[in-house]
Design a protein around this ligand. Structure first.
Ligand code: AHG
Ligand code: MN
Ligand code: MN
Length: 346
């Protein structure tokens, strides 16, 4: 006899429970998260059949940052633009794929939320059937004026009201936080529903994994090179910080080259992801608003931490929607050790 599954909870009911904790909530935020989960299902369906139809491969165009745009990038971007704000909850949408933010109904001033997203992260991996993802951060508008402007858009990570990512892997998972813990849901393709599979994700204080593209070592600063060397060989544990890692053993490398997938694995197992500055990319490669800040909120919600090497990623106020930052993210003790080492030296 088939046993009834326990605690069958969909993402919708989970979000509604969240709403019931705020009796004055209008339902706009709940509706927005629900729009995002729907977009994730549509993208998941296309990613899963990418090998079957003639959709994979580059379009030949380049995006605003000069990178090759993949067809699925475009598709995912369009899905997000179409699915978000179906109830006029959104006033600004910002995408990695668009040079300029989209201001919605700025005359009427409708919409309380700003959503910035990377519609498809790790897209250079698509042709090889490697996991890709979607990342999003949600902010609330500051202005009470009718017209929203760049001030509403350019807010620090700590002002986010929610953040999350979707990983299109061996199964599709939706992980989000709205400030009450980090929760993961796995898509049941037969039901078309995200079901709660990872409630209250917490990440170990230190981990055994480090994830960095070491081919850039010749382009790193001596300080970064030394930090990575110590991560690899094990380092002095007699740090003055009481929250420094306790294990001096060296770590193992795991690097997929898809930030969402590398981050997700490290979140579950413990570890650190590094994208340091290089000679060519003095601010690293990753974008603050659509990659670093949302993942920093998830990391913090799970007990981890994210730094640009000097300060908390969450404290950085963007000067541009496409601003890039160096990123060190994951297990709290490990990232704090890196920040401490880099700030001692530089
Ligand atoms: P995107 O596909 O959204 O442009 O992001 C790619 C990012 C990230 O997913 C990954 O961790 C990183 O690029 C890999 O960069 P390198 O190839 O320089 O290591
Ligand atoms: Mn990306
Ligand atoms: Mn992308």
């Amino acid at each position: 006899m088939t046993q009834a599954p326990k605690n069958l909870q969909t993402i919708e009911t989970h979000i509604l429970e969240l709403q019931s904790m705020h009796p004055s909530a209008s339902g706009d935020f709940t509706g927005l998260l629900s729009d995002i989960t729907f977009a994730a299902k549509v993208i998941s369906r296309e990613v899963n059949k990418a090998g079957l139809v003639d959709i994979i491969g580059a379009t030949g165009d380049q995006n605003v940052q000069g990178e090759v745009v993949q067809k699925l990038d475009e598709f995912a971007n369009n899905v997000f633009l179409k699915c978000l704000g179906t109830r006029n909850q959104v006033c600004i949408m910002g995408s990695e794929e668009l040079a300029e933010p989209v201001f919605i109904d700025s005359e009427g001033g409708s919409g309380n939320y700003i959503v910035v997203f990377d519609p498809l992260d790790g897209s250079s991996n698509i042709d090889a059937n490697v996991s890709v993802g979607t990342i999003f951060g949600i902010w609330k508008r500051k202005s009470r004026r009718n017209k929203v402007d760049k001030e509403d858009l350019l807010q620090a990570g700590c002002e986010q009201v929610a953040a999350g990512y979707v990983i299109y892997g061996s199964s599709t998972m939706f992980v989000y936080t709205a400030g009450h813990g980090v929760h993961g849901f796995t898509l049941d393709p037969s039901l078309g529903e995200f079901l709660l599979s990872h409630e209250h994700i917490t990440t170990p204080f230190t981990g055994k994994i480090y994830s960095v593209n070491e081919a850039y070592e010749p382009q790193w600063s001596p300080e970064v090179r030394e930090v990575v060397r110590q991560i690899k060989y094990g380092h002095d544990t007699k740090s003055q910080r009481t929250d420094a890692p306790t294990s001096g053993a060296g770590k193992s490398t795991r690097y997929i080259g898809s930030l969402v997938a590398d981050f997700h694995r490290n979140l579950l197992y413990g570890g650190i992801y590094l994208y340091p500055p290089t000679k060519n990319k003095t601010q690293g490669k990753l974008r603050l608003m659509c990659e670093a800040a949302p993942l920093a909120m998830i990391a913090e919600g799970a007990g981890g931490y994210a730094s640009d090497g000097k300060q908390n990623i969450m404290d950085i106020v963007p000067t541009d929607m496409h601003m890039r930052v160096p990123l060190y993210i994951g297990s709290r003790g490990d990232v704090m050790w890196i920040e401490n080492e880099l700030s001692k030296k530089g």
